[in-house]
Each structure stands twice: as C-alpha cells, then as structure tokens.
Design a protein around this ligand. Sequence first.
Ligand code: SF4
Length: 331
Amino acid sequence: MARAPLVDGHGRRIGDLRVSVTDRCNFRCQYCMPAEGLPWLERDDVLSFEEIARLVRLFAELGVEAVRLTGGEPLVRRDFPALAAMLAAVPGLADLSLTTNGYLLERDAEALVAAGISRFNVSIDSLQRDRFFRMTRRDALPRVLAGLEALARFPEAHPIKVNAVALRGFTEDEVLPFARFAREHPYEVRFIEFMPLDADHAWTPEDVLTGEEVRAAIHAVYPLEPEPREPSATARVHRFADGKGRIGFINPVSEPFCDDCNRVRLTADGKLRTCLFSLGETDLRAPLRAGASDDDVETVIRDAVWRKELKHRVNDPGFVQPARSMSAIGG
Ligand code: SF4
C-alpha cells in the first residue's frame, strides 16, 4: 500500500534508510571502539528479522527506495543472508546494499549476491598488513582481500566500493597505494573523513585529513577529473584522467552534504535516528512490540522525520558528540 512520501520539515524527501542489524563487530578499529569492545546489546533488545522486515516494508511504502545494511559488522549476525533475502523481496525497494569490513565476505559472497544485495561497500583503511593490524587490531588484511576477490567474481556485485577512513598521521602513507589499487582493480576507492563518532570521544578537528588534501595528493601523481555529483550523494567522485578507474571523497566535515540529505537510520535496537549526529532518537521497537498498527507506527515515523535536523553541527562552537558511537549507529 502506497502512503504519502516521507518529507522532513525542510522539504527534503526521505529515500534512503540505513539499517544497523547488530552493534557487534569482529574488529576493533582504533577510531571506532576500544580494544576490549563495548557492552553489546542484549539479544532480546535487538530487532528480529521480522521486525526489521516490517519496518523496511513500511518505509518502502513511505517512499524509501534504497536500504543500506550496516552494523557493527552485519555479517556477524547469524543467518544474515536470510534477512537480506527477506528485505530484497520488499515491494518498492530499488536498491539493497551492504557495508562490511570484509572479514566474512569470502564465506558469504555467493549467498549475499544470491539474496539480492546489489551494491557492496567494503571498509579497508590500509593496504599494508602491519598497518591494517595496527588500525583494526586484527591481522586480517589477507582474508579481507580474499573476500573482496571472491565478491568480484560476481558481475552483479559491481561496482564494488572500498571505503578508507582518512586519518591525519596515518592515511597519508596510504593515499597513493589506494590510488594504484583503484587503478589496477575493478574497485572504486573512497576516502571518508574521520567523524566525531568514536566511542572514546577523542576526535579533534586536527585528526581530520580532508578530502581535498587527499585529492590533491593523488592528482599530483595521477591527474583526476571531477564527475557531476548525484542528488543526495555523499561522495564526490572523480575519474582518473587516463580512464583507469574512479576514486571518491566523502567529506562530511570539510564539505558537508546535508542540504539535500535524504537519509534516516534505524539502529539495531529499533531507534530511529534522523541524522548521523542526532542527539535524540525515536523508539520504534516499543510500539512494534506493543502491537501498534502500521498506521500508528507511520505517525511516529512522520513526527520524528518532520523534526529531522537541517544539518550536523560538527564545525559549530559547542558541538556535542552523540552518546551513541558509530559502531552502534552503522554509517
Ligand atoms: S550529517 Fe545528518 S543531515 Fe548531514 S548528511 Fe549526514 S545524516 Fe544528513
């Protein structure tokens, strides 16, 4: 059943839902969580597959066409491909995508593609084994690269994107290796500016290696040409002037893209976040479990989205970092 489109108080139509299916992760990335991990959600607090599917169906009826599945690390959730298949069958969804750290990709690639996931983002912050280990606290680079190769064998999985978080004092030595990686492999590499969503709340603006700095470093060696930006896109994509691939820059700190933001997020415990940096959340799990009708849940969603933030305030004096960290929001 089609419902009126979901529009926020600034006239932006919501078309993209990010769904965190778990807060758990098998990596311990320095810029995300402490070595010992975080207190995980209790199993009963996490939305069931049926609850996720019901909410995704409702959002699709409200005009959402794209759903991205995230975590923590989504592939650690048991039977995840079965959930993906349930969501791929939701009427009205044009695009089902996944963000993963790639550690379990070699095991799951075939099942994920068969389930109907059409786009893949694999997070890799270094192409050097020791540095990868230093960043993720896991000696896993060979396995992640093997997972990427396994996925690349499926034509329907392309274009595959490789996301690298850009950190000052770490990523500078990775920039040209990643540029060569994008030129020599069928992957689109994107650098993402480090955002204040770390569990340790240690982020400072000085830690941000800006997209422009990375772009300039690459352009000096491998000339780049910008491509037109898609509406509501997060990445500014460039192609190599000699035609050997593409590279993207996601610059939420230095070049915010909030004006035409069309995204909202659902956390693993059923909270609706209208912005990545929201300081408040709306509980959708409670009405679901209290037997609310779809119309009732729709009203709750509409009210929350109407109050969606115009933009983030990361660069504003007095910026307050959300209590919930990236691992519990899911990119
Ligand atoms: S920071 Fe918030 S408003 Fe800006 S693009 Fe991200 S989710 Fe949208």
